[in-house]
Ligand binder design. Structure first.
Ligand SMILES: [Zn+2]
Length: 114
């Protein structure tokens, strides 16, 4: 269901102008399902992992996979730990840090809150 962006009048499909105010329908505001909103709130309510903490652990302990253990990625965390005497986990940690930085909070919680 679409509504006129200017006056909020319900618009029938195929209408080119708002019957009430004449606003072009190109600029319609498609109403978003309410479900989506509550789902997003849900993610925050049940958020158990902190993105900030994960990034801090990655920054200071990323070379031994600390952030991986925090995010319950035990397999890759163990690999970081085993190879921490090489430079590879350090490079991995830098990549992980950038990836965490670029991951939106909602996506982060979707991935790690289980
Ligand atoms: Zn209108």
């Amino acid at each position: 269901m679409a509504f006129c962006i200017k006056c909020g009048t319900k618009l029938n499909e195929g209408v080119k102008y708002c019957p009430k105010c004449g606003q072009m329908v190109d600029g319609v505001l498609v109403s978003q399902p309410q479900e989506n909103q509550s789902q997003q709130q849900d993610i925050y309510v049940h958020a158990r992992k902190s993105k900030g903490l994960a990034m801090t652990l990655c920054f200071f302990g990323g070379w031994c996979g600390l952030h991986k253990f925090y995010l319950r990625e035990y397999l890759s965390g163990s690999l970081y730990l085993i190879f921490c005497w090489t430079l590879l986990p350090l490079i991995g940690a830098i990549i992980d840090f950038v990836l965490l930085l670029l991951t939106p909070k909602t996506a982060f919680h979707r991935m790690y809150d289980k």
